[in-house]
Design a binder for this molecule. Structure first.
Ligand code: GLU
Ligand code: ZN
Length: 293
C-alpha cells in the first residue's frame, strides 16, 4: 500500500460545541499532509446526530474560527445531514448481505450486563456490546419488531469475517495492520430515526469525497478495523491512515473538549493570534502532545 496521487485528505468536525485546539491540530495536519504531497484537503461537517449538533451557532463558529486561523479547504463542503438517503442505501446493502440484526437492548441493560459479567467501564472506556441479540430466535425477533419494541441495527462482525476474511490496512506511522472483524464490536449502524451512524457515514463519505489519506486523532484508532471491514463489505476503496497523537495538558491528562480554555474562541478572546495558536500546536507536537497556550 502506498500513497495515491493526487493525495486527498479531509477534516471532519462535528459541530457539537466550540472548535477546540484538538480540532485545530486535526485540521492543520490534514491541510499540511495534503500540501506536502501537492494534494487537496476537503471539509466535511459530521452532523448526523441532530441532538448534539442542534445549535446552529456551533457550525457558524467552526467556519468563523477556521477562517480566522487561515485554514482553507478545497472544493465543496460535504454536509452529512444532507446525505441521509445515501447512507440508507448503504445500510440496505448491508441488510441484503444479511449482516444486520436488530438489537433491543437499552443502554441500561447493556450496562447491567457489563457489570454482572466483568466490571463497569472506566472513564474513557466504552461498554462493548456482548452480542446479546445476535442469535435471538427468528420468531422472537419478528414478534418484537411487530410489537414496535425500540431497537438499533447492529452489524454482525462474525458474518462479516466469513464474508471478507481479515483484510489489511495501513497507518503511515504504525505500519500495516490486519483487521480481524470478529474481534470488533457489533457496532450500532442505525437507529430508529437515524438510518446511519458515525461508522457507516464516515466510510461512505471518505469514499464519496475520494479521500485516500485519512488523518485523524489516535482516539479513533480503535474503530479503524471496523471502518476497514465496512469498506470491504461495501466494496469501497481503503484509504491510507495517519492517526496523530492527542493533545494533553501539563499533567498528562487528555485535553477535555468541554474545557473552555482549549477553545479557539477563548484563545482569540485572550488576544492570541492565529500564528501563535498554530505555533503552540507545533510545540505540542514536538513535546509529545503536551499543549500549553
Ligand atoms: N467527526 C469526528 C470528530 O469531530 C471526526 C471523525 C473522523 O475524523 O473520522 O471527532
Ligand atoms: Zn441487544
Amino acid at each position: 500500500m502506498s500513497l495515491h496521487y493526487p493525495v486527498v485528505t479531509r477534516f471532519a468536525p462535528t459541530p457539537s460545541g466550540e472548535l477546540h485546539v484538538g480540532h485545530v491540530l486535526a485540521a492543520w495536519r490534514a491541510r499540511h499532509m495534503a500540501d506536502v504531497h501537492g494534494g487537496r484537503c476537503v471539509l466535511r461537517i459530521e452532523d448526523i446526530d441532530t441532538e448534539r449538533t442542534r445549535d446552529p451557532r456551533w457550525l457558524a463558529g467552526i467556519y468563523e474560527d477556521l477562517e480566522w486561523l487561515g485554514i482553507q479547504f478545497d472544493g465543496e463542503v460535504m454536509v452529512q445531514s444532507h446525505r441521509m438517503g445515501v447512507y440508507a442505501e448503504a445500510l440496505e446493502k448491508l441488510r441484503e448481505l444479511g449482516l444486520l440484526y436488530p438489537c433491543f437492548c437499552s443502554r441500561a441493560e447493556i450496562r447491567a450486563e457489563w457489570e454482572s459479567m466483568t466490571r463497569a467501564p472506566h472513564a474513557g472506556e466504552y461498554m462493548r456490546y456482548s452480542g446479546h441479540c445476535r442469535d435471538l430466535p427468528a420468531e422472537c425477533v419478528s414478534e418484537l419488531l411487530e410489537k414496535g419494541v425500540p431497537h438499533a441495527w447492529r452489524i454482525n462482525m462474525r458474518r462479516v469475517e466469513d464474508l471478507i476474511g481479515c483484510p489489511l490496512w495501513e497507518d503511515l506511522r504504525l505500519g500495516v495492520r490486519r483487521c480481524v472483524p470478529s474481534a470488533c464490536e457489533d457496532a450500532v449502524l442505525a437507529r430508529k430515526d437515524t438510518p446511519t451512524s458515525y461508522h457507516l457515514a464516515v466510510v461512505v463519505d471518505d469514499s464519496a469525497q475520494q479521500v485516500n489519506l485519512v488523518t485523524r486523532g489516535a482516539d479513533l484508532l480503535e474503530f479503524t478495523p471496523l471502518h476497514r471491514a465496512l469498506q470491504a463489505v461495501l466494496g469501497l476503496p481503503t484509504p491510507l491512515y495517519a492517526h496523530h497523537l492527542l493533545l494533553r495538558d501539563a499533567s498528562g491528562r487528555r485535553l477535555a473538549k468541554r474545557d473552555r480554555a482549549c477553545s479557539v474562541r477563548f484563545c482569540r478572546e485572550q488576544g492570541m493570534s492565529p500564528q501563535q495558536l498554530l505555533a503552540s500546536l507545533q510545540r505540542a507536537v514536538e513535546h509529545g502532545g503536551v499543549w500549553t497556550a
